[in-house]
Design a protein around this ligand. Structure first.
Ligand code: G4P
Length: 551
């Protein structure tokens, strides 16, 4: 029997209100998320800053509570120690907390340069970054490399100059250095007053106030001396008239020389605000956090091979940017980290694994809060979920509600260490191949097959990975491998716009000894020295050489 028209009408109104409320809730959830990474050269203070952000965010109660994800310098020859620490880093891979109603997801990146590739991949999952620079050391090598990746992707960046309690470079010289070495266009949003022993405080150009630095600040938060006006007589009494005059001159200089802060330029990756502080002393950190939540982007759309995917789209999509294998022999599973791009990810719902064209259900997806991981029912764009995996995933895989899209690849970077890998136990060839295959899918290293003799070459960003691979092949797959040295300076991907261009054909003939295929079948040139690479590039201008697999 048909329902009376009034009842149907009322039901439709109630339903549309329900849909509207749930949509509003969904959009609000997206808007309140800020997903970012902190990058720096080792020792600039990334771990300390992360910890202090959690402290100000109320996610931890005392300094020193966050276990460092940092691989200590002393451990470089002891890779088991590194793996132990990498174990800790599962928990600290994503640190989430709520600050002023914003859900903040910090994606942690390993500081050790041998794991730089992990960091590069994590950068594909962030919506913005904070770059930490040591005031005394200035711009260092690892910072240059990481910022270069962010710059190419137009990722919005805030620069935090740390350790102002120590003697360091002049603030304006540092701003110049950041512009020149990192190729950024900066605008200071705070200015230090003095430095080292003479560090008096910070002028906050964002909130337009002055904070005085007190030595006993270290373990306390919230106790602050703030001035709203430069002309406050008490400020002059506190820092002295000479300092105050310098500050006034510097403020004029800032206005005259640097572009005013423009949020859209920052969001487009064209302007980078700079703040100063001391993470160890809790100084300038809260200001950084306040500025960050004011300006940093919400979850951004992401390009797939087929179309641009907007976070607000109802249907779920996401991609795997990191796989963490468990070294504990009793729990041999892996955790695949998925960044949610659109829609909601729900527990026990079948999702399409696009590469395998098969539906998978996840009964215990992990979400990350401060230092803990917990099973979660619903996650939103910007969030990261950790999925237990028994070998289904590889880095770059796309998961969707049902649409067959593929998010654009996570690039591989030109490795710098190379060795032949040999099977040391002929009875275990199958295990060895499976092991190598899975470790490469996890992104531990890259595998190349030489054209000349089909021999397999492992290429890594850091030398440590060779030990990691050997150990894991033995303990996880029961396979023995041995290595043989190979004189390669750099691997680069090559291509020519015309497959049959005479120069390309000649290049392939003459350089056959140095050619290989990567795991995806792309052509790679293994140059034996910087000089030969340069000569080859000059000799074959029609051939293009790339230092990442993304071109
Ligand atoms: P990282 O993750 O970027 O590698 O750096 P991390 O935070 O571990 O900091 C490296 C060193 O710099 C640490 O000292 C840390 O205490 C110190 N540090 C960080 N921020 C500041 C700051 O604002 N001022 C000063 N003076 N030092 C700072 P460490 O002695 O190497 O380690 P620890 O024994 O203190 O842990």
């Amino acid at each position: 029997m048909q329902k009376p028209i009034v009842v149907r009408f009322a039901w439709e109104i109630i339903w549309s209100i329900f849909v509207q409320i749930s949509t509003m809730g969904f959009l609000e959830e997206i808007k309140r998320r800020r997903t970012f990474g902190i990058i720096s050269h080792p020792d600039a203070g990334k771990t300390t800053l992360t910890e202090k952000l959690l402290l100000f965010g109320g996610a931890i109660q005392e300094a020193g509570a966050v276990k460092s994800n940092k691989i200590k310098k002393t451990a470089t020859s002891d890779f088991m120690e590194i793996e132990r620490q990498r174990g800790i880093s599962v928990a600290t891979s994503v640190l989430a907390f709520v600050y002023k109603d914003k859900k903040i997801n910090i994606l942690d990146t390993p500081g050790h340069k041998d794991f730089a590739e992990d960091t590069f991949r994590t950068l594909t999952a962030v919506d913005s970054v904070i770059v930490v620079i040591d005031v005394a050391k200035g711009v260092e090598e690892q910072t240059e490399k990481l910022v270069e990746v962010c710059r190419r992707r137009n990722i919005p960046m805030i620069v935090f100059i740390n350790k102002l309690d120590r003697e360091g470079k002049d603030a304006f010289d540092l701003l110049d250095e950041v512009e020149q070495k990192l190729g950024l266009t900066v605008t200071p949003l705070s200015l230090p007053i003095g430095m080292g022993y003479d560090f008096k405080g910070i002028y906050n150009l964002w909130e337009r106030n002055i904070q005085l630095f007190q030595d006993e600040q270290k373990q306390t938060i919230g106790k602050k001396i703030t001035f709203e006006q430069v002309d406050d007589p008490e400020l002059e009494a506190a820092i002295g008239s000479a300092r105050l005059n310098t500050l006034k001159e510097e403020l004029e200089l800032v206005e005259g020389v640097y572009p005013p802060f423009d949020q859209s330029a920052y969001l487009e990756g064209k302007l980078q605000p700079v703040l100063f502080g001391s993470a160890l002393n809790n100084f300038g950190v809260e200001e950084l956090l306040n500025c960050f939540i004011d300006i940093a982007p919400e979850p951004l759309p992401k390009t797939s091979e087929e179309r641009l995917i907007q976070p607000e789209e109802k249907q779920f999509s996401g991609f795997v940017f990191k796989i963490h294998a468990n070294m504990d022999p009793n729990h041999r599973d892996r955790l695949a980290f998925v960044k949610i791009v659109s829609g909601t990810f729900e527990r026990n719902t079948p999702y399409l694994h696009v590469r395998h064209n098969k539906k998978l259900k996840f009964s215990s997806p992990n979400a990350f809060f401060a230092e803990k991981k917990e099973i979660v029912d619903v996650s939103y764009p910007g969030d990261i979920v950790g999925l237990h995996d028994t070998g289904n995933f590889k880095i770059g895989d796309t998961l969707t509600h049902q649409e067959k899209i593929q998010f654009q690849g996570i690039p591989s970077f030109s490795p710098e260490h190379f060795r032949y890998i040999n099977n040391a136990d002929p009875m275990k060839a199958k295990q060895l191949n499976k092991g190598i295959d899975q470790l490469m899918d996890e992104g531990v290293a890259q595998l190349f097959t030489l054209h000349l003799n089909n021999r397999k070459v492992i290429g890594t960003v850091g030398a440590l990975q060779f030990e990691v691979i050997q150990y894991r092949l033995l303990h996880e797959y029961g396979a023995h491998c041995s290595y043989e040295n190979l004189n390669v300076h750099k691997a680069c991907w090559v291509r020519c716009k015309e497959e049959n261009h005479p120069e390309f054909l000649e290049f392939k003939r003459v350089k056959q000894k140095f050619l290989a295929n990567d795991k995806q079948g792309q052509l790679v040139f293994l140059a034996d020295s910087a000089f030969s690479l340069q000569m080859t590039q000059q000799k074959y201008p029609a051939v293009e050489f790339f230092f990442t697999s993304e071109f």
